[in-house]
Write a protein that binds this ligand. Structure first.
Ligand SMILES: [Zn+2]
Length: 142
């Protein structure tokens, strides 16, 4: 059973201008595809973990990695990669964790307020003991 790991998804593709294919020397036929990696727990994306690019010449159909490109290709890819934004859904796990923490603080504050109201009432000790017996309060601060 896979509990956590990482996964890559396609973000964007575009044709790179002014780039020659290192294999067939054809100009303006190189396509770049950017993939974004994210860390997941139970397939819920927690946070993004970088972007990577793959390249294909549309003329000779040969694939390349970034290190296989010339300097012009690396520069064009760097410019293209800067336009690709990481989608917000890749942060959904962090958003869920933040919401759970906020809910925990809110629930704790609500409980403290209820205890403070009970203490102000006459015969509060009897009320608190009755509520504890019913299982509403787990503990009471003194
Ligand atoms: Zn080519």
């Amino acid at each position: 059973m896979i509990i956590f790991g990482h996964r890559s998804t396609h973000l964007k593709s575009a044709q790179l201008r002014n780039v020659k294919c290192p294999n067939c020397e054809t100009q303006d036929q190189m396509t770049a595809s950017v993939y974004g990696r994210h860390v997941h727990i139970f397939w819920i994306p927690i946070f993004p973990a970088g972007k990577t690019g793959v390249f294909e010449c549309q003329h000779c159909h040969k694939g390349f990695k970034k290190k296989g490109l010339g300097e012009d290709g690396k520069l064009a890819y760097k410019n293209f990669k800067s336009t690709v934004k990481t989608p917000l859904w890749k942060y959904s796990g962090l958003a869920i964790i933040a919401l759970l923490i906020c809910w925990g603080f809110y629930a704790s504050k609500q409980k403290d307020n209820r205890v403070a109201e009970l203490v102000k009432q006459p015969a509060c000790l009897i009320n608190i003991l009755l509520k504890q017996k019913q299982g509403i309060f787990l503990h009471l601060k003194s």
